[in-house]
Design a protein around this ligand. Structure first.
Ligand SMILES: [Zn+2]
Length: 698
């Protein structure tokens, strides 16, 4: 479960192809204009970013960020600008520097350093891409055209399966392929990798885009159908309006079979083991033997099917929908997946729909930054290795480790002090903290890219082979022992993640920098910003999903009935609290869909506060700019959530992200007693909660 949202992945055209798409959210300006935040002179909260005319108890987000919100413009190539923008720019700028150095290096041809340079350069060579035109796509379109019956269709659908979803780590439930594969420690055998299959088949981000009955979504659907037609036309198809209509009808039918994001997040509904014979009896329609043959999974005897009813429904659609419509659907999905590495007309048309219409972003990010994102996706560890060597000093690692230790011990004390929890449950919770693996900065081992072939002038092939390389790598791991120390984020990512099946955390080097972490800032500020992020990730161990797994990562109910009843009642109150937040007059935050992240925000903030108080060792924190230590702690937390988002993108975030929008994450503070007392929040103020209504779970 990630710390920061990633809804803008959809504007990156190759997002559908790679399994570990974790590209940084916001990198705003052209590279020469970006700010080097490491040189910033404010070490601590930024008073100029606040709005002192707002009472903290009325609107804490405005109080902490109002000045910044007022003077900040969203750059035309961004859907959002936030606290991590300049840091992500810095990370991208450093990464492109490493790529340029790699291009000059005299490393062996097959080395990852040379592959980095060749991949980046093949993406940047727009003239070569234009000159090739449709040629790279043509053989793939021809094989789709040659499909003669539903058996061959099943085979082709199987061949399109990729390891491009991730239910619990980077939490990506979306794949445009019919289904998606996730290889992870088994629910029922956490010592070995298992095969999880997830629903898929939609090009737009979520079923809501196909089904919601309102003007905005109807308008989007009409524009989507026109977009499908245009893409087919660009690829040389005739009769594209009618083809587009059938493709959209098919996707609409698939959407009807999909589980909602909130239901997909419920791990208790996901542990469904199916053998090959179960697919045939429980999900008739698709020729499963051919499908698994195409996917290279004939030998894999057992799968965990995440959303069984969607498999039943989608498989039936393979039988009931015409072969021609499925072939058009396959062709369109192929074109869409590779639009970013085809001639400009494809790329522009894709961005016009997914970037501008869906997210409201007028311009694409500069090509060099898209190139960095591509290299980060396809050769992330190779770049990360260079990044960590250059930019993550041992001192930063030591300081971050000390904060993690403090916050973990704050968590321990909170668990010990819980009055409602039985001793046996407490013991298992403590055991989870004891076995938790905390990775800081960069992984202990690096991924091997020797089997990934990169060719100098072949960006289409490079991306195609990357999807297959990743897929084969994941399939080869099935049944093998789990490496609990493996990372799922690269060091150059401005984010953090909890891996519940590995009982592990990753804090990449790139987030352990100002404004989140600054060795020269007061402890109050570091604990409020990065400390609350560390607490957030630790607490995922005990949120609605994490609490389903024991200290060895097994799905096991380690709770007494009374403990679980208390936990469920408290979390239901938190879900109800977030249900009241209105992002738009007609669209509220979904308390259930965002529950795990909200528990992590509340518990993480509480533990970070304890860790901060402990770090003072009884001394009074120094005042700064007239603010006490406690006030600085909470303002730093609020400022870490400063964000400005385009309206269309905000709608997309509310519908498709497991995180609540940033403005509401800043208001998490209202549940913490110390925030209420330090800002003297009174009944009648908008964020005021009576002590009994403040939700404190851990
Ligand atoms: Zn999270």
């Amino acid at each position: 479960m990630r710390f920061r949202p990633w809804f803008s992945k959809i504007t990156l055209t190759h997002a559908a192809i790679c399994a570990f798409v974790t590209f940084p959210l916001l990198a705003a300006q052209p590279r020469d204009a970006s700010i080097d935040v490491s040189k910033q002179d404010t070490h601590g909260i930024v008073v100029a970013n606040m709005d002192a005319s707002v009472r903290p108890g009325d609107d804490f987000n405005q109080y902490a960020n109002g000045g910044w919100i007022k003077r900040t413009e969203i750059p035309p190539d961004r859907e959002q600008v936030d606290a991590s923008t300049s840091l992500t720019d810095l990370s991208d700028k450093r990464t492109v520097g490493l790529i340029e150095e790699a291009a000059k290096a005299t490393a062996p041809v097959d080395s990852s350093v040379r592959k980095i340079a060749a991949l980046y350069n093949s993406y940047m060579d727009e003239a070569a891409i234009e000159a090739k035109g449709l040629a790279p796509l043509r053989p793939h379109l021809e094989s789709i055209a040659a499909i003669r019956n539903k058996g061959e269709l099943a085979r082709a659908l199987g061949e399109s399966l990729r390891a491009d979803v991730d239910a619990l780590n980077n939490t990506n439930f979306h794949t445009p392929n019919l289904f998606g594969l996730w290889v992870a420690p088994g629910f029922n055998d956490s010592e070995h990798y298992s095969a999880y299959l997830l629903q898929g088949g939609l090009q737009m981000p979520d079923r809501e885009y196909y089904l919601a009955d309102n003007d905005r979504m109807r308008d989007i659907r009409a524009k989507y159908q026109a977009h499908v037609s245009t893409m087919l036309k660009l690829a040389g198809f005739t009769d594209t309006d009618s083809r587009a209509q059938h493709i959209v009808e098919l996707e609409h039918a698939i959407a009807l079979k999909h589980l909602s994001l909130a239901d997909s997040e419920d791990v208790h509904k996901a542990n469904n083991t199916w053998k090959h014979s179960d697919f045939v009896t429980k999900a008739p329609g698709l020729d499963w033997a051919e499908y698994f043959r195409g996917a290279g999974l004939s030998e894999q005897t057992s799968f965990i099917v995440w959303q069984p009813s969607a498999f039943t429904g989608e498989s039936a659609l393979v039988a009931s929908t015409s072969l021609e419509t499925w072939k058009d659907w396959l062709a369109f999905h192929l074109i869409e997946a590779y639009a970013g590495v085809l001639p400009k007309a494809f790329n522009d048309e894709r961005f016009a729909f997914f970037g501008t219409i869906l997210s409201g972003t007028p311009e694409q990010r500069p090509r060099w930054q898209r190139g960095v994102a591509l290299v980060n996706d396809l050769l992330g560890d190779a770049v990360g290795r260079l990044y960590a060597q250059r930019y993550f000093p041992p001192e930063a690692k030591a300081e971050a480790q000390a904060m993690v230790a403090n916050i973990t011990s704050a968590f321990r004390k909170r668990i010990e002090a819980l009055s409602w929890m039985a001793p046996a449950t407490k013991a298992e919770a403590q055991a989870k903290l004891t076995t938790l693996y905390v990775g800081i900065g960069y992984p202990e081992t690096w991924r091997d890219y020797s089997a990934y072939e990169v060719k100098a002038d072949d960006i289409f092939g490079n991306v195609w082979r990357a999807g297959l390389f990743e897929y084969h790598r994941e399939v080869a791991r099935l049944g093998r022992p789990v490496d609990r120390k493996e990372w799922s984020m690269t060091p150059q990512t401005v984010d953090a993640v909890n891996l519940p099946l590995q009982n592990a955390l990753n804090f990449p080097g790139a987030i352990l920098q100002p404004p989140f972490f600054d060795p020269q800032a007061p402890a109050a500020v570091n604990y409020g910003a990065i400390g609350s992020a560390i607490g957030h990730e630790i607490s995922h161990t005990f949120d609605t999903e994490g609490s389903a797994f024991d200290s060895k990562g097994r799905v096991r109910n380690w709770w007494t009935t009374a403990d679980l009843a208390h936990f469920n009642a408290a979390t239901a109150r938190l879900a109800a609290q977030y249900d009241t937040y209105k992002a738009f007059p007609d669209l509220s935050v979904n308390g259930k869909q965002t529950l795990g992240e909200n528990i992590a925000d509340v518990a993480g903030l509480a533990a970070a506060y304890d860790g901060y108080r402990a770090s003072l060792a009884g001394k009074t924190a120094p005042q700064r700019d007239g603010f006490s230590g406690d006030q600085q702690f909470f303002i730093a937390f609020g400022q870490s959530w400063g964000a400005k988002t385009r309206q269309a993108a905000l709608r997309q975030e509310v519908l498709t992200d497991p995180h609540a929008p940033e403005q509401f994450r800043a208001d998490t503070v209202r549940n913490i007693d110390a925030w209420n007392s330090t800002f003297d929040v009174q009944p009648g103020e908008k964020l005021y909660l009576a002590p009994a209504d403040r939700v404190q779970i851990w």
